[in-house]
Design a binder for this molecule. Structure first.
Ligand SMILES: Cc1ncc(COP(=O)(O)O)c(C=O)c1O
Length: 388
């Protein structure tokens, strides 16, 4: 049991067991067992419910049986079987890039590709200027912090501030602008075309992390940045661990950046290739994705409904306009109280505190998936009515 908060101290993080089983469940059930109780999971990133999709499971099992349980070594040694290249060719073609590279996970990509693109090209300190949204994910901040380059953090989604910082910086330096397309703690979207305009104007690389939008938004679910023309020096990152219901991540980019990554990115060179069963599920997931427009539409309609109703209850959902919906209470203890109450009513949500979110913006966060039907949302709203 989580310790009662009796004093003003924020409790330590805990690694708690949440038992789940998804295979064979009804399509309207995504329950996890937490503290011995079965709860409706409102904190899942399995946005399209693909982690229990039969076609994906079959392909994954097939790969497991043919290729074994592990890939044996890094892709640069002996772990690079041909299915990786098939996935990469498919991604490059559909996303409009020359090249793509599949890697271990999204954290690994951001933590090691950003240093590869910036530090290693120059080999010197403070020669590459990094412009990063203040609310970018921890993996991006981590990648930035080990580049040895100058990092400017612009105010969240504030393109005027971004341009102000770019203008203030030295003219003849290489530049990279780093953004998420859909923010995982706030559920708001970046203005990708506005960022493209600025990136082109200042000849900067535009690095877009689509971890939470790949699968759900954009043409055929291929991400928000698939709509419109890519910037001249655009890079896209996506994960297979969220809407694709699997694991792993990719970066899609130009041939130059691809060469740089293969030559110098430690997360690719020094880490074992994804296991075949995961590669099988990624391959099948990418194939299915374009056919899921009905699911996406339903998820987006349910999200709009929930946001509207929470606003009617005078609850603060920030600027969310997606399936990721924060309910901000500015006080972690209040969030914990609400989380406990929701648990009593069979809902699982998490509360988030600093440094995951800014101080005084503590929140509980709901992420909707296609498992969560409207009647469940209505039941959830009935509990939330008590906290308006
Ligand atoms: C924006 C963003 N990038 C990267 C990641 C890390 O991805 P992964 O879970 O595949 O390591 C996350 C994880 O939630 C994320 O929110």
């Amino acid at each position: 049991m989580r310790k009662l908060i009796s004093n003003n101290k924020i409790p330590k993080r805990e690694l708690k067991v949440s038992n789940f089983s998804k295979v064979g469940i009804k399509s309207d059930e995504d329950k996890i067992e937490f503290d011995g109780k079965k709860l409706i999971n409102l904190s899942s990133n399995d946005y399209l419910g693909l982690s229990s999709n039969k076609i994906i499971l079959n392909e994954s099992t097939k790969y497991l049986k043919i290729y074994g349980s592990g890939s044996s070594s890094s892709r640069l040694i002996a772990g690079n079987f041909n299915k990786f290249e098939e996935i990469e060719t498919n991604l490059s073609e559909h996303l409009g890039f020359s090249k793509s590279i599949v890697m271990g996970n999204g954290f690994l990509v951001n933590a090691t590709v950003i240093p590869a693109i910036t530090r290693n090209t120059i080999g010197k300190k403070n020669k590459f200027f990094i412009f990063s949204d203040k609310l970018n994910h921890a993996s991006i901040n981590y990648g930035n912090s080990i580049t040895n380059q100058k990092v400017f953090r612009y105010n969240h989604l504030d393109l005027n501030h971004l341009e102000f910082l770019i203008k203030k910086s030295q003219k003849n330096t290489e530049k990279i602008i780093i953004t998420e397309s859909l923010y995982s703690m706030d559920g708001d979207f970046a203005d990708i075309n506005g960022l493209r305009f600025i990136a082109n104007k200042y000849n900067a690389i535009l690095y877009i992390d689509e971890a939470h939008s790949f699968g759900v938004y954009g043409k055929k679910g291929l991400g928000i940045s698939v709509n419109g023309s890519r910037a001249e020096r655009e890079v896209m990152v996506g994960t297979f661990s969220k809407a694709l219901g699997s694991y792993g991540a990719f970066i899609a980019c130009s041939k130059d950046i691809y060469d740089l990554i293969v030559e110098s990115c430690p997360g690719l060179i020094y880490s074992t290739a994804l296991p075949p069963s995961v590669v099988g599920s990624i391959k099948a997931g990418i194939k299915i994705l374009p056919k899921l427009s009905k699911r996406r539409e339903r998820l987006i309609a349910n999200s709009k409904f929930l946001i509207k109703k929470l606003k009617e209850l005078n609850l603060d959902v920030g600027n969310s306009s997606s399936h990721i919906i924060p309910i901000i209470f500015n006080n972690f203890f209040k969030c914990e109280k609400i989380r406990e109450e929701l648990k009593r009513k069979n809902f699982f949500v998490k509360s988030f505190r600093h440094p995951t979110v800014p101080k005084n913006e503590e929140r509980i966060r709901v992420s909707l998936t296609t498992f969560i039907k409207k009647n469940v949302i209505i039941d959830f709203l009935k509990v939330m009515e008590n906290f308006k």
